[in-house]
Ligand binder design. Structure first.
Ligand code: ADE
Length: 514
């Protein structure tokens, strides 16, 4: 196969990381067989002043464009690409029909701007703004198609989408999750089918809640409706976590005592933040589908709570409400299985903590330090009620018989695990109001992790996941989500009740594999 020659492009980043950016692009080029030598420029127009964000090489197809010309009318970030050497030295915006000139309006030969207040924002500003610009652009396109002349329409449809789906990472009945490329960053794209539009809408609504952002909650980047081949698709773009879900990790690896504490503590911390009501700020939010599949792991094994499709914002001092049975059957608290009605809004938080107890149990089953025999990863209650219990079977075991996952004898001999068992049991107490808060679970696990009487690896185990050690969490990347959130994607703030997803379980109460 003939290789395209190495393209020379002007390279600039106003965040001072142009070289790292180029190195990443080179890596991508290598991965893709050395193909794809194009150039790009991205800039913003701030009250008439051109603020150049980045210039450099571009790996995605931009053939047939000798000049770097942006066609959309007013995105947050202008973007163009082209396929001649150094063609991104000049960049321009093509004027709209109602604008006078025939030639593309030259923007400027950019001179790197001095460091301004804005430059303290992270390089990810661009990454965060691009989906919105594409989204904004597409909305404009839809509105303008009918009235713009054909030439204009052609140039608009030819605009390069900056998001490239790379590979499918997870699938489920709600839709699927792709690893994707946005400029040189890898992101996750969750594609939700139209039948689950309410889940998409609800998840986006939760993501844009002011004050939600937290190191242990999945980081939102953008959302859009896309016209797919057959029917529209709803996309949610978030940060990508290479390790995938906690469930997948437990299937493939074991954990040391220290790693167990770290996963548990950071998971409880994420949930505690979600549950926190900040006066004059963020409302308390119930997750309503907490399970190991909905927890992602960073490379340092810190947990990231994900999947807010069923999450619910709670109004303080609200009169009792009916609780619809939503979530995944296996992780459902007894009061849900029982079909409780008319509960105070705090009840939703107790239901999440019950599920947290089951996830802690799941983590414990894969801890090397217990000294007992470790079998394969099993979902909670599989030994008791099987792989696909019905609602009645679960109700009989969990509600009537007050049954819970078995605590193993070996755990009770381990000084740390035995204390963890007490915490699990206080999470899944039959009396919902007697359960711990997520914040309390976080504190207990932090205590266990730092207890000098429980050195890392106590109980004879050791790092079971191939040398991964749980380091303190790195500082959160300072995502500049503010702008994106302020734009709020035109979404309504509606809460979602009575979804019928399977799994998770909808209102109907049928059993799922969980
Ligand atoms: N699976 C679901 N969401 C994911 C994400 N953000 N990163 C990696 N795997 C995922």
């Amino acid at each position: 196969m003939q290789r395209r020659h190495r393209r020379r492009c002007v390279s600039f980043s106003r965040y001072g990381d142009a070289e790292e950016e180029e190195a990443r692009v080179e890596e991508r080029k290598e991965e893709e067989g050395g193909e794809g030598g194009f150039c790009y420029a991205a800039w913003r127009n701030v009250s008439g002043d051109i603020l150049l964000e980045r210039q450099g090489c571009w790996v995605h197809d931009c053939r047939g464009r000798s000049k770097c010309v942006e066609s959309s009318s007013n995105p947050f970030v202008y973007f163009c690409c082209c396929d001649r050497d150094l063609c991104n030295v000049d960049f321009a915006r093509r004027p709209r029909p109602h604008e006078v000139t025939q030639q593309p309006t030259p923007v400027a030969r950019p001179v790197p701007t001095p460091v301004t207040l804005l430059s303290v924002t992270t390089p990810l500003l661009l990454l965060l703004l691009l989906p919105l610009s594409v989204w904004t652009y597409r909305r404009c396109r839809k509105l303008t198609h009918a009235t713009t002349p054909p030439q204009e329409a052609v140039s608009l449809t030819a605009l390069l989408p900056p998001l490239l789906l790379l590979d499918l990472r997870a699938g489920g009945r709600f839709g699927c999750v792709w690893r994707a490329q946005l400029l040189s960053e890898v992101v996750a794209v969750k594609i939700v089918q139209t039948v689950n539009q309410r889940l998409w809408q609800n998840e986006v609504d939760i993501f844009v809640t002011p004050g939600l952002s937290h190191h242990n909650l999945l980081q939102f980047i953008g959302a859009e409706r896309r016209e797919g081949n057959a029917e529209p698709e709803m996309w949610i773009i978030t940060t990508f976590h290479e390790r995938g879900s906690l469930c997948d990790h437990l299937k493939g690896s074991t954990l040391s005592w220290h790693e167990l504490c770290h996963v548990g503590e950071t998971l409880a911390r994420g949930l505690a933040h979600l549950h926190r009501h900040m006066h004059g700020g963020k409302p308390a939010i119930a997750h309503r589908d907490l399970k190991s599949k909905n927890v992602l792991l960073r490379s340092d094994l810190s947990a990231v709570v994900a999947d807010f499709g069923l999450a619910l914002k709670l109004q303080p001092d609200c009169p009792p409400v009916d609780i619809p049975r939503v979530g995944t059957l296996r992780y459902m608290a007894p009061e849900l299985l029982e079909g409780a009605i008319c509960l105070q809004s705090d009840a939703f938080l107790h239901i999440d903590v019950y599920a947290l107890g089951l996830v802690l149990w799941e983590i414990a089953t894969r801890c090397m330090s217990s000294g007992g025999m470790l079998g394969e990863h099993r979902a909670p209650l599989v030994d008791e009620v099987g792989e696909r219990p019905t609602l009645d079977e679960l109700r009989h075991f969990v509600v009537d018989g007050n049954g819970r996952p078995a605590i193993r004898e070996a755990w009770l001999k381990h000084p740390g695990l035995s204390q963890l068992c007490v915490t699990m049991e206080e999470c899944w107490d039959q009396d919902a109001e007697a359960r711990l808060s997520a914040h309390c679970v976080e504190e207990r696990l932090a205590q266990l992790r730092t207890d000098p009487g429980l050195p890392a690896g106590s109980g004879g185990g050791g790092g079971g996941s191939g040398g991964t050690t749980a380091a303190p969490p790195p500082t959160t990347k300072a995502f500049s989500l503010g702008l994106l959130k302020q734009a709020s994607l035109g979404l309504t703030g509606q809460a979602l009740l009575g979804l019928t997803e399977q799994p998770p379980l909808g209102l109907t109460g049928q059993s799922t594999a969980g």
